[in-house]
Design a protein around this ligand. Sequence first.
Ligand code: NAP
Length: 508
Amino acid sequence: MPQSPRDKSATRLICPLVAPDCAQMRVGMLAAAKAGADAVECRLDFLEIPPSRDKLTELLTDAPVEVIVTNRPVRHGGNFSDREDLRLKILHEAAAFQPTYIDIEMDVPPKDWPQAEIIVSHHDWQGPPADLDKVIRRMDSLPAAVNKVAFAAGGPEDAVAALDVLRNCNRPTLALAMGEAGVVSRILARKFGAFGTFAALGSGDESAPGQPTIEEMKNLYRWDSIGPDTRVFGVIGCPVAHSMSPAIHNAAFEAAGYDGVYLPLLIQPGAENFNRSVDALLQRPWLDWRGLSVTIPHKENALAYVGDGDCDSLAVQIGAVNTLTIEPHGALKGDNTDYAAAIDALCDAMKISPSDLQGRRVAVIGAGGAARAIVAALAYYEAKITIYNRTVSRAKRLGEEFACEAAGLDEAHNTDAEILINCTSVGMHPNVKSSPLDSIPKSVIVVFDTIYNPVRTRLLELAGSAGCTCVTGLDMFVNQGARQFEIWTDRPAPLEVMRGVVMENLHR
Ligand code: NAP
């Protein structure tokens, strides 16, 4: 089979093959090439029995893409647990088939290396080595073609440490931070001209924690369009793996023809963790980091980080920032797009402008974070608000802060409000049969449920039957992302594309 042509200067998408026998590994190789991988890494240490010469022939002859052969020992996090001389013997046998590269660990003396193009590697499962510079200098002194350094990431700052290595390298280099917090290093490898990055064939086929799949790289993170000038965005949260924001924003960038990429950033709870990670991003202007969405549990930390003076005044009153913008000259500002998104959703459905909310009676059910953002915005527009909550004391505290009425949830059916907004989680998937109210109070003509999964909640079904105008949490959810897109890019958001992505994710 001929080698497929590839741009030699572009960062390789390398698919690790971790099948238990050579035949299945070969099948994986063909599938990886078809899926768009530029290279495969045959992980011989995953084979259940050491490969015979015939099996190596079957695996390595006429490969459709570049091949890296690796036989990682247990001491470096691999699976090969037999004697070192046997491990090296297998690598020497594989070298006879002239794979494109053979990966060999830095602690193996060069005299034992096979005759092949070498990737010299070092793995650290504790975190970035304290002497990372020394490790790289030692690699540079060895007769290899490529350096590879991989270490466990405690936070995004460790992913950025891997990118520092790429910026300063003297030869083609792979520098990766492993684990969910290190994903940034894997995706931005292309922006910084790495030798390659690893992407699994499918979920469950990863050779190290944090590897996205080829499909995610290509379709979610827009791998093929990432270049040196790509602007970088992301969502900070814990957990963050479930977030739909990367899918929404990357699809929006694609639709708008905007050179940007949006990544997940796992930061453990606590202001200290937040500050350390965000400092690491902002101290490196060359990252081209332009915007960050912030979700649970870091919205208060984001406000404290930016400081009241550089945050939108309602965000300060709400006590939460969900959007950070890094201006091209480095200034940082904080916004809260949740409240504006809710007001937009409500006013669009009612065909009114926000100032028309003045004097309107609104019943807000719930007194948590979502309620707080919506109450602050409604109070700003001078609506007449009553907060109803299961825990009455919490409703009263919120009511006192924003000068509105407060009562227990059981009193909500007596409301005289025309607008009713559910800000509790009652009715959210999987409890889709529950509703915070059994029936819609007579005075109510508009019902807004902030829940977006499901889109049509039990409360909205009741509202529809009662002839009310319905506003969905989906509208709010899409609007908050759209506002972020507009703040960051100064372009109109492709709303329908963003909505379509949310719907597709909800259906999955
Ligand atoms: P939160 O801070 O934890 O507040 C939860 C609220 O729900 C509290 O008022 C709580 O009452 C109430 N609650 C929970 N279980 C209840 C039950 N069994 N019976 C009665 N009340 C109950 O959560 P949050 O961040 O405000 O989020 C609340 C909802 O808003 C979520 O369902 C989320 O889907 C939605 N939301 C939507 C968007 C969007 O973009 N569409 C954005 C943010 C949030 P107590 O005070 O008595 O515990």
